[in-house]
Design a protein around this ligand. Structure first.
Ligand code: AMP
Length: 439
């Protein structure tokens, strides 16, 4: 299946091509034809599956068919500011060849700039529910012309206690509209909501992201910030790391790292938003051909990087958005392959690790023996120092021989096996205490 087979208009096809997407993801393949035909839809899919394009592309196509009339014609509700921003960015990217305007609004920041933008008018509004209601109540937002409404990450809305706000927003929408509901899971409350707000929806489902995540051999290295580069160079001593994507949080960090690696005779290139399109394409081509072994990327730049055979992903900095972790490590499990993901975690990033483990419902095994092990490794990640009810997979899948550094425990395990608690005290220090616990 190619994007051309989805009956998408040329400006959209050009945009996805420019992003480097070659084929639609399963959710896109399944959802786009239905959304284009005007059907309501329930999409069971997590972030990381390509679901944003699954709704953004057909929405853009629908809106582009008629000229803007100054009214908001599509509303996307997102539970978090980060996701709202990402969705807004995606609309900008996929809609780059169309003349449609997107506004993103969320709480926690001053409302005036958002109000100014709303006054100027837009076709698409991406919003978090609280701020949207606020602005609606003040008369700054008019939703009576909405043609397509998307409720994204519905289960997370519920978890975060936004469901009442969501209901209030929905009551302000015209009843004649197309509605799309995306949710990673389908608890009864969400099903009930879906029954109320959707009309004869089609249901599309893709294999949960967790399956992909589980396929990836993940581990975390507790390290001081100042030792990260030395640890990276140490790991890169292993030639089994053939093609590696290294993630930094900032563009500056990416540049600096490439320079430092260069001084140590390690062939690396950076790819980020400040590079020209040509420079990015060249870096990507070198990486694909194997000329560059290490590609250092930021999250935004890594969107659309679709290189098969990335043997490793290294999170040099942990992302503050747990979804980004899933996106990042997903780069090493393309085309059904399984991959390896290492994460460096300094003292300040421990909270990020906790959020990631909550999202993926896995505990990422800790590599405790490496030359740059940090003192903070001994601290509990989840602020819960109760002994773990069972030892963490001691000895299973131990890769001491094949990997620089040895790891406590084996492959990641699901939280549920621990009664839903996540407790990552897997340093030798804590393992002692657990060993005396019954299995
Ligand atoms: P999403 O689940 O929408 O957050 O998308 C996850 C990631 O996959 C994003 O970085 C997208 O840029 C990327 N992506 C979406 N569709 C495709 C595609 N068809 N091919 C390659 N990458 C894609």
């Amino acid at each position: 299946m190619h994007f051309q087979d989805l009956n998408l208009i040329d400006p959209l096809l050009r945009a996805v091509r420019a992003e480097g997407y070659e084929t639609p993801t399963p959710i896109q393949e399944q959802a786009i034809p239905h959304v284009l035909s005007g059907r309501d839809l329930i999409g069971c899919a997590q972030t990381g599956t390509g679901k944003t394009a699954a709704f953004a592309l057909p929405i853009l196509q629908h809106l582009a068919a008629r000229p803007s009339n100054g009214a908001i014609r599509s509303l996307i509700l997102s539970p978090t500011r980060e996701l709202a921003t990402q969705i807004g960015d995606s609309f900008a990217v996929y809609g780059r060849n169309l003349r449609l305007r997107t506004i993103v609004i969320y709480g926690g920041v001053g409302q005036q700039p958002q109000v100014d933008k709303l006054r100027r008018g837009a076709d698409i509004l991406v919003a978090t529910p609280g701020r949207l209601l606020d602005l609606m109540n003040q008369g700054f937002v008019n939703l009576t012309r909405i043609e397509i409404f998307v409720l994204d990450e519905a289960d997370r809305m519920l978890d975060m206690g936004f469901i009442h706000d969501v209901r209030r927003v929905i009551s302000a929408l015209p009843t004649r509209r197309q509605t799309l509901l995306f949710s990673a899971t389908m608890p009864q409350d969400i099903q009930d909501l879906a029954d109320r707000i959707l009309v004869k929806p089609v249901r599309v489902e893709v294999t949960p992201q967790a399956t992909t995540v589980e396929k990836i051999d993940q581990s975390v290295f507790f390290v001081e910030k100042k030792d990260k580069r030395a640890l990276l160079e140490h790991l890169l001593g292993d030639r089994a790391i053939r093609r590696v994507l290294v993630f930094t949080r900032t563009k500056h960090g990416a540049n600096k790292l490439v320079e430092q690696l260069f001084r140590s005779n390690i062939q690396a290139e950076a790819i980020h938003g400040n590079k020209s399109q040509t420079a990015r394409e060249r870096a990507l081509a070198n990486f694909k051909s194997g000329r560059t072994r290490v590609l250092v990327a930021t999250d935004i730049a890594a969107r659309g990087i679709d290189v098969d055979d990335v043997t490793h992903v290294i999170n040099y900095d942990l992302p503050n958005e747990p979804e980004s972790y899933v996106h990042r490590i997903g780069r090493t499990a393309r085309a059904g392959a399984s991959g390896i993901a290492f994460s460096f975690c300094d003292a300040e990033e421990r909270a990020y690790l906790r959020d990631i483990e909550k999202l993926i419902r896995l505990r990422v095994p800790v590599v405790s023996e490496h030359p740059f092990a940090a003192a903070h490794a001994a601290l509990p990640v989840h602020g819960d120092s109760r002994p773990n009810p069972r030892p963490f997979n001691q000895g299973r899948n131990d890769r001491r021989g094949g990997q620089p550094g040895s790891r406590q425990g084996g492959s990641p395990r699901r939280d549920q096996q621990h009664g839903g608690r996540t407790n990552v005290n897997r340093s030798p220090h804590h393992a002692e205490g657990r060993r005396s616990q019954p299995e």
